[in-house]
Design a protein around this ligand. Structure first.
Ligand SMILES: [Zn+2]
Length: 239
């Protein structure tokens, strides 16, 4: 499976707004940007092989209307979301298998208000898809590091050696941080908080590329099947 940019190419399209904290004049812009805005192409393409897991308005998953018409695809070990698309041009349905570079939907302006130019807001999140608005990583270094790479086709392959990670709540209530060949089970909320604060401090100093852990309340609850799928995808121990 080759990873491509959402313009269906190995050449990165221009970026109008990058991932992370931002301070725009536009009062409608989110203060922390969980994706990257790209423009200068017409059709949004699948960035990797996968299965379409959501097609529809953001309100359908309980998100703010600002995200507009979305297409989400589960890939091998991560999932991608494309926001603000033109619903009238959608080419896929939930459950469709897609290959890297397949057209998904036309770029649009749905959900947007104010002085935005037309763009696709692309998000990449490691692990198994979920509707919580958390866990996103910067798509640019993620895709750049994998452009042209071949990984396992279909299903979930072991991604040991990649930088994927996830925070999940297991059915027994244990919150875990999954990394390749490592797993932390947090003993209690204080333990989680210390871990989160330590990573936040390191990130401020640009001393780690570990993701900022979500707040405890937004760590998604998963079934044991999902837990095992995510652990396998990341190469983390399950026990
Ligand atoms: Zn955006």
């Amino acid at each position: 499976m080759t990873i491509l940019w959402p313009n269906g190419s190995t050449s990165r399209p221009p970026i109008s707004s990058g991932f992370g904290p931002r301070n725009l004049d536009n009062p409608l812009a989110s203060k922390y940007h969980r994706g990257v805005d790209m423009y200068d192409f017409d059709t949004v393409h699948a960035i990797a092989d996968g299965t379409v897991v959501y097609v529809g308005l953001s309100s359908g998953v309980g998100w703010s209307a600002v995200a507009g018409f979305m297409v989400w695809v589960q890939h091998d070990g991560f999932f991608s979301r494309a926001l603000h698309n033109d619903a009238s041009t959608v080419r896929v349905r939930k459950g469709d298998r897609v290959r890297a570079g397949d057209p998904l939907v036309g770029m649009g302006w749905s959900g947007l208000q104010g002085p935005w130019a037309t763009h696709v807001h692309l998000e990449v999140t490691p692990g198994q898809w979920h509707t919580a608005n958390t866990g996103q990583v910067d798509p640019v270094p993620f895709i750049e590091a994998r452009i042209g790479q071949t990984t396992g086709g279909g299903g979930v392959a072991n991604q040991k050696g990649t930088d994927m990670e996830a925070y999940v709540t297991a059915p027994n209530g244990t919150v875990a941080h999954l990394r390749p060949s490592s797993k932390i089970n947090f003993k209690d909320p204080a333990h989680y908080k210390r871990h989160r604060n330590a990573i936040r401090k390191l990130r401020r100093k640009k001393a780690t590329d570990l993701m900022l852990p979500p707040t405890l309340g937004s760590v998604p609850k998963v079934s044991w099947t999902e837990f095992e799928t995510i652990a396998d995808a990341i190469g983390a121990p399950k026990g």
